[in-house]
Design a protein around this ligand. Structure first.
Ligand code: EPU
Length: 432
């Protein structure tokens, strides 16, 4: 078990380069199953979710050549229909994309239920509704989802909830189906456009991505291609928030600023100075940050994935702020940990009420999920004294080399192995 140790109060300066998007990567890898020749994916982030997915693909027969950790060549022609049991599938949410991809390619699949961060209930009913509309029979047998279709046919599918996962999964299942599929009330996240770009380069016919109606005309087969992943807007947003919290002048390189408009608007409203160019952001905190309210919404609204890091920043702002997560009601586990660090936050009716202007203090805290981890690292950077953050495995699911990147910006931060004699103490903390 590892921990991240941060000695707070040191200003951040310099340039940080952003990786390829995690939430694209975890869909692009399963999408490669649909091709009948080699798919090259470039710009992969070096994170544990990508490592896990690649190893699942290898277990079902894909041949993968890695140029380095960033570029992989996946030959899906050797994949066979095999049960994909719980084990690795449980490690990440995005393993559900194997359902759409295997169903699309082989018309059948048996896959363990997906895991991932606990953020409150995360049903997959809309994915299943879509698969069934395309002609699949879907059953839940001993904790695995079994999908089977004699043939898949196009259908008109209205999503009752705007869902990133369901939109992508239905696209994956529909690209090789007979006829036209229409997804109504589709999600519009940039990662969906990225997946559609890969599928289109593979020969799929997809129209309307980025709007709430997507039309897919099924084709007989898909071929290999080369694809470069878009930059990770959530990683970029996390560093922009860290810079606003503890920076002097930080340049965030390899971003698409348009993907972060809601965050940038809120940062500016707080008094943060931001300059944007085609692929970079320059972030300079103002002298006095002002409290603001945020409500997370589907894209292009304020992203739920930045709510937790942003909450940390708000502890420093002058005045009151209210944070409401309309996407995941349970995504407030970081609040208790921030309170241990002297933040003045109460939760009422599912919203976090933050009384700002707190000077955070170093403490031993635990990341309960990926973005909670980012929020605690930022809190550690801001705090007086030393913080020890456990739950590093969550942070490594989605952030490549976070301690190294922050160190290069001037933070005093390192990853350390928890000593044998400290283990019992940290395990006890995990139970609190
Ligand atoms: N929902 C349903 N039924 C469904 C699917 C979703 O009720 O069948 C609900 C969810 O419970 C949630 C809302 O719809 O309240 C939106 O969920 P969505 O399906 O859009 O989320 P997801 O696809 O499971 C992806 C990202 C999350 C990100 C959300 C929202 C991946 C692998 N995960 O999850 O990323 O928070 O979209 O933008 O793409 C993260 O990166 O930390 C992360 C959790």
């Amino acid at each position: 078990m590892d921990k991240i140790v941060v000695s707070g109060g040191h200003p951040l300066r310099g340039t940080v380069r952003i990786n390829g998007a995690k939430n694209s990567a975890v869909a692009l890898l399963p999408a490669s199953i649909l091709a009948d020749s080699v798919v090259t994916i470039d710009g992969l982030p070096d994170i544990s979710d990508v490592v896990t997915l690649n190893s699942i693909l290898e277990e079902i027969g894909a041949k993968i050549i890695r140029d380095d950790n960033k570029t992989v060549h996946i030959d899906p022609s050797t994949i066979t229909v095999k049960e994909i049991p719980n084990g690795k599938v449980k490690k990440l949410r995005a393993s559900y994309y194997l359902m759409g991809a295997m169903l699309g390619k082989f018309k059948q699949a048996t896959i363990g239920l997906p895991g991932g961060c606990y953020l409150g209930p995360r049903p997959i009913d809309q994915h299943i509704k879509g698969f069934e509309a395309l002609g699949a029979k879907v059953t839940n047998e001993n904790g695995s989802i079994k999908l089977y279709a004699d043939e898949l046919h196009g259908a008109r599918i209205y999503l009752d909830v705007v869902s990133v996962g369901a939109t992508i999964n239905i696209m994956l299942a529909a690209v090789l189906a007979n006829g036209r599929t229409t997804i109504e009330n589709a999600a519009k996240e940039p990662e969906i456009i990225d997946v559609a770009t890969l599928l289109t380069n593979m020969g799929a016919i997809i129209k309307g991505v980025g709007t709430d109606i997507i039309r897919i005309d099924g084709v007989d087969k898909l071929h290999g291609c080369t694809h470069t992943i878009i930059p990770d807007r959530i990683e970029a947003g996390t560093y922009a928030i860290a810079a606003a919290a503890q920076g002097k002048e930080v340049i965030i390189d390899n971003v698409i600023p348009e993907h972060l408009e809601s965050l940038l608007a809120k940062l500016r409203e707080m008094g943060v100075h931001i300059e944007q160019s085609d692929e970079q952001l320059l972030v300079k905190p103002g002298k006095r940050l002002k409290g603001v309210n945020i409500k997370t919404l589907v894209y292009p609204g304020f992203p739920t994935d930045l709510q937790q890091p942003f909450t940390t920043l708000l502890t420093k702002a002058v005045g009151k702020s209210v944070v409401t997560d309309t996407i995941y009601s349970g995504r407030l586990k970081h609040i208790d940990e921030l309170r241990r660090m002297n933040a003045n936050i109460k939760i009422e009716d599912g919203s976090a009420y933050i009384k700002g202007n707190s000077l955070l203090e170093g403490a031993i805290v635990r990341a309960s999920d990926l973005r909670a981890g980012a929020s605690l690292v930022i809190a550690g950077l801001m705090a007086k004294g030393i913080s020890h953050i456990t739950g590093v495995e969550y942070i490594e699911r989605g952030y490549e080399n976070m301690p190294e990147k922050l160190s290069k910006l001037g933070a005093h931060i390192k990853k350390e192995r928890i000593k044998e004699e400290e283990l019992i103490y940290y395990e006890h903390l995990n139970e609190r």
